[in-house]
Design a protein around this ligand. Sequence first.
Ligand SMILES: Nc1ncnc2c1ncn2[C@@H]1O[C@H](COP(=O)(O)OP(=O)(O)OP(=O)(O)O)[C@@H](O)[C@H]1O
Ligand code: SF4
Ligand SMILES: [Mg+2]
Length: 365
Amino acid sequence: MSMVPSDDIILEGIGLKKHFGGGGLLSSPTVVRAVDGVSLGIRRGETFSVVGESGCGKSTLGRLLLRLIEATEGDVRYEGRSIVKLGKGELRGLRRELQIIFQDPFASLNPRMNVGDIIAEPIWLHNLAKGREKRERVADLMRTVGLLPTHADRYPHEFSGGQRQRIGIARALAGDPKLIVGDEPVSALDVSIQAQIINLLEDLKDRFGLTLVIVAHDLAVIRHMSDRVAVMYLGEIVELSDTDSLFDNPLHPYTQALLAAIPIPSPTNRQPKALLQGDVPSPAAPPSGCRFHTRCPHARAVCKEQHPALETATDGRQVACHFWREIQGAGAGSISAPPSPALARRLALYRTWRERQDKPVATSA
Ligand SMILES: Nc1ncnc2c1ncn2[C@@H]1O[C@H](COP(=O)(O)OP(=O)(O)OP(=O)(O)O)[C@@H](O)[C@H]1O
Ligand code: SF4
Ligand SMILES: [Mg+2]
């Protein structure tokens, strides 16, 4: 949050939809509306987070924004240019500038390649350096993410989870990207390691002037990383706000419920517990009107009938609820409550780590 982002939009989604199935001969007859009409603009230099329960379309949105999957409808603009119709050659350049890191670094790293080759692959693919220069670049990248360059000939299974995530990050950095999407980049890691990886991502962001888009379940992680947050429910954005306002005064009943239920991590249970009463309805048959009405404590008759538009509230915040003005502050009681012990522990760990690691980083003013 060191760099103050401007209104300069680096990546924009316009009316994005991704519907799975229902199409050709081989696909399922049921249409899953994974992303269902999302518009948003990511500002250059910011950390933008996307939150919501499992299955609400976060990963699909992240992939749409990078054009790793094709949109059913809508447009994506990178640096002001539509990227949904780019040909192969142009896509290659785009792949270098827009990178992704995944939740499970092990699954996303080729087990038969050594770490040096894994990190060198984008350098080779995009013809950025050869021979000795390439090896030096890999060593630099390894140092940058806190790995020992002498470990370049080891294989992914010889590293711990946190180290593997560092390898994934080094690989993402190898092509000198402008924007990185992190799809749950720390959810598979232990709490103490999470803080290290978050810290690393923040430092890299400052050093290389990156823009970060972070997909996550975990609101504690998000609070400390993000400039702005989009809250998704069943394929739609229900609230979009700067981080402090969102946490201090959540406008949407769904955001309020999420904040009231920050999951408690433990080494034996890495799956966050259910955040809310009841399951998320199927995105194949989203509820009529407001999609949250089946679980919303404030729902009224009109909520079943009318779909609330995402409207601009105060300070440029956006919210999709017919009654946000009345509900505001009447939240789930979490807003002024002290942090849970788990959150407090995590924040303390994070702070300690930061203090220990904090070296002055040169940033352009
Ligand atoms: N390739 C696919 N084919 C069919 N359905 C899919 C596909 N990918 C995702 N979906 C469905 O789209 C919906 C949204 O999935 P998505 O992975 O984007 O959610 P998510 O918010 O990232 O969830 P999680 O927090 O569990 O990662 C889910 O119902 C999922 O089952
Ligand atoms: S529109 Fe109605 S159901 Fe939807 S969040 Fe607002 S109050 Fe709840
Ligand atoms: Mg996901």
